[in-house]
Ligand binder design. Structure first.
Ligand code: AHG
Ligand code: MN
Ligand code: MN
Length: 332
């Protein structure tokens, strides 16, 4: 008899099934966090469709406005923000939304138990040139009891308070990678079936690597410590890889081993990347995958946020590479 597996390959486990199977790992297993993850996945499919059509319909280029960081907003930044906001506000699980694209947080005035921070579209400068872009998200528990108005305590939470985080990479294939604090798993989107399938189970970053990602064009304004580390990379024949989309650079380093650095510069004296909706999510993921994330002195997940749009220097990646960079940063 011919084995079934020789005729038809197994298509593997769907994201929905995986979330359901692992629901009992959540500290508060009421199904609400599962629903949030499903809502994010759904919105990402819509954004994926729009990203893929970007050259065909009029959704490329700047919209003519700036976000809180003073960066020009692209049409797709706004579109992605709308898609994720709609998906996350319908079910009532989320009480507040923090986004790169909105000045203040959005209080949904409901009994939702979760707060979401999101960078709806990361890598804006790459939208119009067909280079990988992404979405980054963090999920926190509400701290103020249900029934009372949410406060800054709910909004300005430390990264270590995250209950889930992840990213979607719109690349040569579309991938959703997430953690709920029990390891990291990645799912590839099969667009003809409209489903994410588990493709990268139990992701772990190599302990060491040979790739460094930094915008070296800005090196005149780097600190001596950062310059020393870059010298160290070159002396050791490391390869430079910089896409300019944090999600894409992060993902490559997660798979291959490497370090991503966005240090303080003259233009961005506190670094460019945002703690609440960029760095915390990736710091949680990298620690879950066996790597490290720091601002050079402090573990990213331990930083107490003071402002929604706060920036931080960011070093993230393979444990040994981040440790070496920290060592040079702190002795120079
Ligand atoms: P965003 O598109 O969400 O504003 O993020 C852009 C970020 C990040 O994705 C990327 O790594 C970095 O900006 C690139 O900055 P430089 O162009 O200064 O290198
Ligand atoms: Mn970003
Ligand atoms: Mn963005």
């Amino acid at each position: 008899m011919i084995e079934a597996s020789r005729i038809a390959h197994s298509i593997g486990i769907t994201l929905d099934r995986f979330i359901k199977n692992n629901q009992d790992q959540f500290q508060f297993a009421s199904g609400e966090l599962s629903q949030i993850l499903r809502d994010i996945a759904l919105a990402s499919k819509v954004v994926n469709r729009e990203v893929n059509k970007a050259g065909l319909i009029d959704i490329m280029g700047p919209i003519g406005t700036s976000n809180m960081g003073g960066e020009s907003q692209q049409k797709l930044d706004i579109l992605a923000n709308i898609r994720f906001t709609r998906a996350l506000t319908k079910g009532g699980e989320v009480c507040a939304l923090i986004s790169e694209e909105t000045e203040s947080y959005v209080d949904l005035n409901n009994e939702g138990k979760y707060v979401i921070a999101i960078d709806p579209l990361d890598g804006s400068s790459n939208i119009d040139v067909n280079v990988s872009i992404g979405t980054i998200f963090s999920v926190y528990r509400r701290k103020t009891p249900v029934g009372m108005a949410i406060t800054e305590r709910d909004i300005l939470q430390k990264g270590s308070d995250q209950v889930a985080s992840g990213y979607i990479l719109y690349g040569s294939s579309t991938l959703l990678v997430y953690t709920t604090g029990h390891g990291v798993n990645g799912f590839t989107y099969e667009s003809t079936l409209g489903e994410y399938f588990l493709s990268h189970p139990n992701m772990e970053i190599p302990e060491d690597g040979k790739m460094y990602s930094i915008n070296e064009g800005l090196s005149n304004s780097f600190s001596e410590g950062v310059k020393q580390y870059l010298n160290y990379c070159k002396t050791n024949n490391y390869s430079a890889r910089y896409i300019g989309s944090l999600v894409a650079d992060f993902h490559r380093n997660l798979l291959k081993g490497g370090i991503y650095i966005y240090p303080a510069t003259t233009q961005h004296v506190h670094g460019k990347l945002r703690l609440t909706y960029e760095c915390n999510a990736l710091a949680f993921l990298i620690e879950q995958a066996g790597g490290k994330a720091t601002d050079g002195l402090t573990r990213i997940l331990d930083i107490e946020p003071k402002d929604l749009h706060q920036r931080t220097p960011f070093l993230v990646g393979s444990m040994k590479m981040v440790e070496k960079a920290e060592q040079l940063l702190n002795t120079t």
